[in-house]
Design a protein around this ligand. Structure first.
Ligand SMILES: Nc1ncnc2c1ncn2[C@@H]1O[C@H](COP(=O)(O)OP(=O)(O)OP(=O)(O)O)[C@@H](O)[C@H]1O
Ligand SMILES: [Mg+2]
Length: 176
């Protein structure tokens, strides 16, 4: 059961702090790491809502465009390819922003990063990234979403199982 929605108008890095959006949970893990989590009803239009959520959170960062695209693809997949898209279904978006700028992470090797994770309810299949999983992803109609995610992300992958659901993730990083 998802936690009761709260709003996060004043969180650091929020792109549009004057407009409140629902956030189920916002966690600050020390000065550099912020985690936001929100559950969405399993309807197709909620992929667009998840994109807006991402834009709201990351709008002031260099990740906004890529993160919005990635969230849209992963959320769309959760709704279209899993039980998340059934009438009682839902999916959850989690965004972890790491922005070094404080000791001890503020070194030349430090990179700002965003880890995007979308949790679904599972279904008949598994996410097919088309790279070494032995399955050709059709190109003519569909099958581009995870390729786009892979192209934008430094790393991407998934864990889970069709019976229990998957978490599909993408890691975006920028050198400071
Ligand atoms: N969360 C998921 N759970 C189970 N299967 C998935 C999930 N995400 C993707 N898939 C499978 O991986 C395939 C590839 O996904 P991908 O997003 O690349 O293409 P698509 O969703 O079929 O088309 P589109 O180009 O519109 O995104 C899907 O067709 C589906 O079979
Ligand atoms: Mg897709």
């Amino acid at each position: 059961m998802a936690a009761a929605p709260v709003t996060s108008p004043g969180l650091p890095h929020a792109g549009h702090p004057s407009r409140a959006v629902p956030v189920n949970e916002a966690v600050r893990l020390g000065p550099e790491i912020l985690i936001w989590r929100r559950a969405f009803p399993g309807a197709l239009d909620q992929a667009a809502e998840a994109r807006r959520f991402t834009r709201f959170l990351l709008g002031s960062t260099a990740f906004a465009d890529d993160a919005e695209l990635v969230v849209g693809e992963l959320a769309g997949n959760a709704v279209r390819h899993t039980r998340s898209g059934t009438p009682e279904g839902q999916f959850t978006v989690e965004i972890t922003l790491t922005s070094p700028g404080h000791e001890p992470l503020a070194t030349s090797a430090a990179a700002a990063s965003v880890l995007i994770t979308v949790y679904d309810l599972g279904g008949a299949g598994i996410p097919r990234f088309g790279d070494g999983d032995g399955v050709d992803v059709p190109c003519a109609e569909g099958g581009r979403g995870l390729a786009i995610v892979t192209a934008l992300a430094e790393r991407a992958g998934f864990q889970g199982a069709p019976a229990t659901g998957h978490r599909v993730w993408a890691y975006l990083a920028r050198r400071q």
